[in-house]
Ligand binder design. Structure first.
Ligand code: PLP
Length: 383
């Protein structure tokens, strides 16, 4: 008799990780595959951050730390939230985690009872519904459309509020659409949370990658007692492999999130924490350069895909475009397979992002690589 495995909802592998792994396998076999699948910056972690990590190692900062993080980092995070986001944050409200992904999981675990509904703007990042379901919650999709650049309409949120609504997930700039919400939208969403007594989880991991010029507004400035703000070092400081994220929440919820993390994984890597202190307290002057490079790449790929007949809204932020790949194949899974097999381009089908007919291309790669991808896609049409 086969041994039993859990049938828990949410337990499914990440589509992004699967495509990234397949592209790596093909590359290892010597095939010239260009990967636009992974959501990570191509830049190296800045030197002063790497130096701080080396120093931490040499100074023997290699032991367990408090579950919520070293005091120096909790203070640096609180200072960052105060300085950059106008949030009133005390270090006691900060939990440092092994990536923003874990910060999100702590929040869902600490907030959700079985059957609680989480309003989730779609298309969405694949891990949200999985984490909500692993925590017993029910994702409730709130649609956005390509016509509006995938920006969220608060009226669509209001329409889906029920007595079971526990959380609204806000992710601006968004993965996979790149949409960033104007301050007016954030104000309306926070107003809805106050009016109907639900939480907001605001995932601001792409905040430094925003090209619109409008200053981003954190919902926690409006509804501080009902907001969990999530951020991390991965995208802004090109530190995906270091696994360092953090959250800010009201004190009682923070205690619950620390309890979750304390039972699951304890502290984030001590070395990564010292590196993050240097990232947050050190110079920020390289950020505009990163941003400018991404903006140029965004225009290159958006214009290129539209020219090839794959309708692609121009994103406000992050480093993804969500292209209509129905000219390649009506089914996005088939389109991604054709892209990989015929054009040797790895990209993620929109299926798990709730984006049928679309494919996500990550443009966190060299301009020259984007140009080669566009040439290969043009070649597809000539087959
Ligand atoms: N939130 C969003 C929207 C993301 O796209 C990602 C990573 O792709 C994360 C959170 C997780 O980031 P981290 O590397 O800090 O776990």
């Amino acid at each position: 008799m086969p041994l039993g495995l859990s049938k828990r909802k949410g337990l499914k592998p990440s589509a992004t990780a699967a495509v990234t792994a397949l592209a790596l396998d093909l590359q290892r076999q010597g095939q010239d595959v260009i990967s636009m699948a992974a959501g990570e910056p191509d830049f190296a972690t800045p030197a002063h951050i790497r130096e701080a990590a080396k120093r931490a190692l040499d100074e023997g900062k290699t032991k367990y730390t408090p579950v919520a993080g070293i005091a120096e980092l909790r203070e640096a995070v609180a200072a960052k939230f105060n300085r950059e986001n106008a949030l009133q944050c005390d270090p006691g409200q900060v939990v440092v985690s092994s990536g923003a992904k874990q910060s999100l999981y702590n929040a869902f675990q600490a907030l959700l009872e079985p059957g609680d509904e989480v309003l989730l703007p779609a298309p969405y990042w694949v891990s949200y519904p999985a984490q909500i379901e692993l925590s017993g919650g029910v994702p409730v999709e709130v649609p956005t459309s390509a016509r509006d650049g995938f920006r969220l309409d608060p009226a669509e949120v209001r329409r889906r509020v029920t007595p079971r609504t526990k959380v609204l997930l806000v992710n601006s700039p968004n993965n996979p659409t790149g949409a960033a919400y104007p301050a007016g939208t954030i104000r309306e969403l926070a107003g809805l949370a106050l009016e109907h007594d639900f939480w907001i989880i605001s995932d601001e991991i792409y905040e430094h990658l925003s090209y619109g010029g409008e200053v981003a507004l954190s919902p926690g400035t409006i509804a501080p007692e009902q907001t969990v703000t999530i951020n991390g070092a991965s995208k802004a400081y090109a530190m995906t492999g270091w696994r360092l994220g953090y959250s800010m929440a009201p004190l009682e919820l923070t205690r619950r999130m620390i309890a979750v993390q304390g039972q699951v994984s304890s502290n984030a890597s001590s070395i990564s924490q010292w590196a993050a202190v240097a990232a947050l307290n050190g110079p920020q002057d390289f950020l505009p350069g990163f941003r400018e490079a991404y903006r140029r790449r965004r225009d290159l790929i958006t214009d290129g895909l539209n020219r090839l007949g794959m309708e692609t809204p121009r994103p406000d932020g992050a480093f993804y475009v969500l292209a209509d790949t129905t000219p390649i194949h009506a089914d996005e899974g088939e389109a991604a397979r054709i892209l990989l097999e015929k054009a040797r381009v790895a990209a993620v089908p929109g299926t798990d992002f709730a984006a049928p007919g679309r494919t996500r291309f990550s443009y966190a790669c060299a301009d020259e690589q984007i140009e080669r991808v566009l040439e290969r896609l043009a070649g597809l049409g000539r087959d």
